[in-house]
Design a protein around this ligand. Structure first.
Ligand code: PLP
Length: 431
């Protein structure tokens, strides 16, 4: 495949941008090859610098539930553009967006808008600590909550203990308040509560999308809620990825577990830099300027970002049936992938949650990070490469989630399944 322009672009970018990318996941590091430089998107398609067309299952890592260049979102942004890019003062559409989010999420009574998911989770944790008046936090191995210091933490000598920084540049001291529990394992969570003795909050992706797609079991979430109540810890659902992606009302909409706080991002910005954190009134009212917990942002609630997000959420609410439709496409895709893999003796574990899908080259079901790590990443790398050659753009790591958008249909999904058949066939010839 002729990737001359992307290769040149990448070499040039590397001169001035570390690794040539502004976010490391884009670098194709775990699959090899050159990241594609993108010219434009159109519906479910992406066009690279060499003008190849791909079916795009990344969708900007989640935000674009209506695909690229959705006319309603574009129109809303165009209108907002006429009035100016930013005011640093409140606008009516911020209230409108807050209302739309709150009305979908039980238990969330107030929200504040920020510009990234990282900011949302970082600020939610500050607020949760202030509310509970306790410093320790629990996160789960394999969950990602953005790149703030206290959340870039690995299980050190195993789970259920205090973690160690997962990046150089983070003082050991900054991670000493973060305990790591195993996902979907209530005993390890209990052990964390006991080890610490003063846990202020627990943060979880109730549908984990950053170790591949691994949903929390409903019973586990129920027990998690009970433990948080018992120990007086604030429960934070990080739905930056899953919010308005997996369903309209969030995880609490189908499992009866209501968190104290929730974080949003990705879909609520419709492709623009926008995120939010919210919670019960008595927690949120501790936030400055009502309370003393400081948090701020020059571009928070930016009118262009909010206009894209509001158009996106309003369109979702007008068409709530899309989740069924997107799920049916995701089911069709993963079943197709699985059957294609089976024909070549490859075992594939698949998972679907609304418009989110995941697949692991793994011989057994994946319930946590340790299981996910047993996947065949070399096989994934080959598959990723072959899929590109067959016109399908998948996330460039085994440990990411795929996304369906409304501009896809059954025949596009079938094209992707055919690409998978061709890819497995080509791989089997090489082995
Ligand atoms: C993407 C993501 C974040 C971080 O959001 P950014 O906007 O990239 O900072 C946090 N939590 C989850 C669950 C995410 O998927």
């Amino acid at each position: 495949m002729d990737l001359l322009h992307s290769i040149n672009d990448f070499n040039e970018a590397k001169q001035v941008i570390p690794g040539g990318v502004n976010s490391p996941v884009r670098a194709f590091k775990s699959v090899g090859g050159t990241p594609l430089f993108i010219l434009r998107g159109e519906g479910c398609y992406l066009f690279d610098a060499d003008n190849h067309r791909y079916i795009d299952f990344v969708q900007s890592w989640g935000p674009l539930i209506f695909g690229h260049c959705d006319p309603d979102i574009q129109a809303s942004v165009h209108t907002a553009l006429q009035n100016g890019l930013s005011f640093g003062a409140p606008t009516e559409i911020e209230t409108a967006l807050a209302k739309e989010i709150i009305s979908s999420y039980e238990g969330i009574e107030k929200i504040r808008l920020v510009s990234s998911g990282t900011e949302a989770t970082m600020s939610a944790i500050r607020l949760a600590r202030a509310y509970s008046k306790k410093d320790d936090i629990i996160k789960f191995e394999g969950c990602y909550h953005g790149h703030s210091d206290s959340l870039l933490v690995n299980a050190g000598s195993g789970c259920a203990t205090f973690g160690t920084p997962s990046s150089p540049g983070i003082p050991q001291d900054f991670s000493k308040h973060t305990l790591i529990a195993e996902y979907n394992d209530i005993d390890s969570l209990k052990a964390c509560f006991e080890t610490s003795g003063h846990v202020g909050c627990v943060i979880i992706e109730p549908i984990a999308g950053n170790m591949g797609l691994v949903p929390a079991k409903i019973e586990f979430l129920k027990d998690l809620r009970k433990l948080c109540n018992q120990y007086g810890a604030v429960l934070i659902f990080d739905e930056v990825m899953s919010g308005f992606r997996a369903s309209l009302k969030g995880v609490q909409g189908y499992c009866d577990v209501v968190p104290d706080m929730a974080c949003f991002g990705k879909v609520i910005g419709g492709g623009m830099p926008l995120a939010a954190f919210g919670g019960k009134d008595d927690i949120m009212n501790l936030l400055s300027p009502v309370g003393g917990v400081y948090q701020a942002g020059t571009l928070s609630g930016n009118p262009i970002a909010v206009s894209a997000g509001l158009a996106s959420i309003c369109k979702i609410k007008k068409n709530p049936h899309i989740y069924e439709y997107l799920k049916s496409l995701a089911d069709r895709l993963t079943q197709g992938f699985q059957m294609a893999a089976q024909d070549y003796g490859i075992s594939l574990q698949t998972c679907v949650r609304g418009s989110m899908f995941g697949f692991f080259f793994n011989t057994s079901k994946v319930n946590n990070f340790e299981d996910a790590q047993k996947s065949d990443t070399k096989l994934f790398a080959k598959f990723h490469q072959k899929m590109l050659e067959n016109g399908v753009y998948l996330a460039c790591s085994q440990f990411e989630t795929g996304f369906i958008c409304t501009s896809m249909n059954e025949s596009i999904i079938d094209e992707a399944i055919n690409a998978a058949k061709n890819s497995f066939e080509a791989i089997s010839r090489e082995i």
